[in-house]
Structure formats: C-alpha cells, structure tokens
Design a protein around this ligand. Structure first.
Ligand code: 4AD
Ligand code: MG
Length: 430
C-alpha cells in the first residue's frame, strides 16, 4: 500500500468505493470464518470485515493478533445501516504493522492498575476524550488572551524563593545552592507587567502536597495572569470572560468527547458572564443558615465548605474579601486591614476552588511590614521589593489550575485523569 493512499477514518467515511486506512484494533471477534475488527485512529472508528479469501498469510497474522495491534487495511466501503457510521469496510488487503499479542489491559480495570499501565491506558476512549478536551482548553486560553491583547510570558521554573509558603516547596541542590521548583510564576509575571501591561503564563507548577485528595497533584499546569492598573473587580471580570470562552469552545469543538464522558454540552454553553460574587462574610452566613455549619471568622474554607456552597450551583462563582491572615503575604489589604482584596473562583457542582487571585500590595512599606511579620527572610525577595521601589502601580492577577478546570468541565471524579502522567505523593511512574 502506498504511503500517500492512506486516509484518516473520518476522511474515509466521506468517500465511496476503494480506500486505505490505518490504525489500531480496538475490538476484534471472529464469526463464521470472518474476522470483525473495529479499527480506531485519532479521528474515529470504523467497522472492518476480513474474509478468509484475502491473502492467507495476512489473514492468519490478523487472527493471531489481539487488540491494539497496528494495522493497514485496503478495501471497499459498503453501506450498512447497522454499522456505527452507516458504512463498513470490506477488507481486500491487510497488513499487521506492529503486532500485539495479549494486551495487558483486559479484566483488571482498578484505578491503581490503570495508573500503572497509564502508557497503554492512554489509548482508551475515556483518556482520549479527556486529552482532546485538554488540548481545546490550552488552545482556547491562548486564543482568548491574544484577542484581549495580553502577552504570553515564560516565568522561570527554578526559583530562589517561595511564592506560596514553605510547606509545599520542592527543594533541590543547584550547584551547591538550595533552589526550588516553582509553585507559581506570579512574582515573575509581576515583573513583566512593567514592560508589557497585561501578561499571562502557562507553565508547570509544583507543590509538595502531602495530602491525597481528588484535587491535588504535585505537578500541575498553571495558567496565571497579571495586569497593571487593574483592581480586583476588573480582574474577576477578566477571569469570568476567559472561563466562559473556554467552556463555549469545548461545547463547540468536543461534542463527541463530551458524550463519551457523559457531560451535557448545554451545561457548558450555559456558562455565561457575569458570575455571581459573594463575600467571605456572606459565605459564612450561608454555611451557618443553610447548612447549620458555623465557621469562626478568620478560618479558611476547606473543600468541605466549598462543596456545600457549590453543590447546588451550575455556574462558577467568586468568593472575595478573605481574611488577610489566611492569604499570602502579597495580598493587598482593604480599608479594614483584617480583610484583603483576594478572591477564589469556585467551581459549581461541588468541585470547589478553580482559581485564586487578587490585587497585590503595591506599597514597599506595607510589603516590607508583611514580610517581616511573617518572618520571611528578605534576602531572596530584594528583587521583588524593587518592583515596589521603582514605579510601582496598582495591579492584580490570578492563578488557575488547568487540571482543576478540566476536572470540572469533564465532570471527573479524580484530578489524576486530567493530566497524561499524574504525579502525586505516591506516584511518579510511568
Ligand atoms: O491558590 P494558589 O496556591 O495561588 C497561587 O499560586 C497564586 N500565586 C496564583 C496567582 O495569583 N498567580 O494556586 C492557584 C491555583 C489554585 O486555585 C488551583 O486551581 C491550582 O492553582 N492548584 C493546584 N492544582 C492541582 N494540584 C495542586 N496541588 C494545586 N495547588 C494549586
Ligand atoms: Mg488558592
């Protein structure tokens, strides 16, 4: 078979008569001497029938191979109402390209086993669907920010200091010095706004999370934005527009995949701006009145509270005005210094925190006070303080975990299914 002859399965369905296709055997059964193969590639699936009248050697080879062998077929398309796409392929020539005998994924479909064989499980319909949606999201955020005149920046991953506190830092030896894997590109993005105004970064972030939860990874992809001259309210508006845009893109481009995952595209089409905004104080009130759960003022909301607040919602919403003491040192205080201009975007349907952001402290004096109060050694933050010494401006930004967003969009139980090779406290293989 000639190289240029091959069509993707999707293209082949648009033709009549003779076609050549190639891909992997998804299902195979033998019935009355014939072999029935469900062939898959990245564009679709095609029912193929192989009769013993084809070349004997190829027929025997096909018989011997199991699912996930790679094959090339040439044959004639035939209308068949029972076939999934109304057509099936009567194979005339067959070739096994990469054999596969006794594919390991058969009966054991436990979560741990599927993670052990992630390199093979990636071919499943479920993982394929999630990875296609992941790709849509990554393209969509870039499209959105391009449209909104942001510049994409690439903050460093090897860092001298913490951004989000010392407890989740991964340290490593760097030519005789201690350095860390980045938890967040925020501080570097703050540098960039002085040159570029509105910026975003899409980078891996690392957290030495000791907890085993459905929403924590040790390595995740972090979408972060930072804008000069922008306050908290305007930043929340930027984020809701972006999330709404991403959802509409997925609803438009991934109908097949959403069907595989059992997510109704209408749920995503309905994600329209503006999102609701409630204050931290109001959130405590709802928890107490509606759920009889009293959270003392000043305590952070855990996933349990976020779940209660979001379980009956279908659209993400913001909680803002958190207590200063529970947010990072860089958060700007409001007139009431107990509160700061910080917000979380909460995913609906019980999913909880998708994103954290806020307005940054822009006065050097206040920033120094905060760093000292939290006993953070200044030496590695001198460069950061320079941003407040030379032409400081009001500014705000956010960080959103791509995997958190994807988990909600795809309606998945575990965050581990949102990334090709999940890293957690007890998994870094394959
Ligand atoms: O809330 P976080 O810690 O905030 C920051 O890092 C800020 N510096 C971001 C900024 O303003 N530029 O992390 C931001 C987001 C969270 O809302 C969550 O979506 C995601 O990053 N995230 C994680 N995702 C997966 N696994 C983890 N262990 C995560 N930790 C945070
Ligand atoms: Mg947060």
């Amino acid at each position: 078979m000639e190289k240029k002859e091959f069509l993707s399965i999707k293209e082949a369905f648009g033709k009549n008569g003779s076609v050549s296709v190639r891909g992997w055997i998804k299902r195979k059964r033998e019935l009355k001497e014939k072999i029935f193969v469900l062939l898959r590639d990245e564009t679709g699936e095609m029912q193929c029938i192989i009769e013993p009248s084809i070349e004997k050697k190829s027929f025997e080879e096909l018989k011997k191979n199991s699912i996930e062998a790679s094959v090339e077929f040439k044959g004639k398309l035939k209308e068949d109402k029972r076939a999934p796409n109304g057509k099936e392929l009567l194979v005339e020539q067959a070739k096994v390209v990469g054999p596969s005998e006794s594919f390991p994924i058969q009966k054991d479909l436990s979560e741990e086993f599927l993670l052990d064989v992630r390199h093979l499980w990636m071919r499943s319909s479920k993982m394929t669907a999630i990875m296609k949606i992941r790709s849509t999201i990554l393209y969509a955020v870039r499209e959105f920010y391009k449209k909104e005149n942001y510049f994409e920046c690439s903050p460093a991953i090897i860092t001298p200091n913490a951004c989000e506190g010392g407890t989740t830092l991964f340290p490593f030896a760097y030519f005789g010095e201690k350095r860390f894997l980045s938890q967040s590109g925020q501080m570097y993005l703050e540098v960039m706004i002085f040159a570029l105004g509105k910026v975003f970064g899409l980078t891996p972030s690392f957290r030495a999370e000791k907890s085993k939860t459905a929403r924590h990874l040790t390595e995740y992809w972090h979408l972060e934005g930072e804008c000069a001259w922008m306050d908290m309210d305007d930043q929340m508006h930027e984020i809701e527009k972006m999330v709404s845009f991403v959802c509409s893109k997925v609803a438009e481009e991934n109908l097949e995949e959403l069907k595989v995952l059992g997510r109704n595209p209408k749920d995503l089409e309905a994600i329209k701006v503006p999102f609701a905004r409630i204050s931290y104080d109001e959130a405590l009130e709802v928890l107490e009145k509606k759920y009889k759960k009293k959270i003392p003022w000043g305590v952070d909301l855990s996933i349990k509270e976020e779940k209660l607040l979001s379980q009956d919602e279908s659209i993400p919403f913001f909680i803002h005005g958190y207590p200063t003491a529970i947010k990072a040192f860089y958060a700007k205080e409001t007139k009431d210094p107990k509160k700061c201009f910080s917000f979380d975007l909460i995913g609906p349907e019980g999913y909880g925190e998708l994103c954290t952001g806020g307005q940054r402290e822009d006065k050097n004096k206040n920033m120094l006070k905060k760093l000292k109060k939290e006993k953070i050694p200044l030496e590695n933050y001198e460069w950061y303080l320079d941003l407040r010494r030379f032409g400081s401006v009001p500014h705000s930004g956010f960080g959103l975990g791509i995997e958190r967003l994807l988990r909600w969009i795809c309606k998945l139980d575990s965050i581990k299914d949102t990334i090709p090779f999940p890293r957690t406290i007890n998994r870094s293989y394959p």
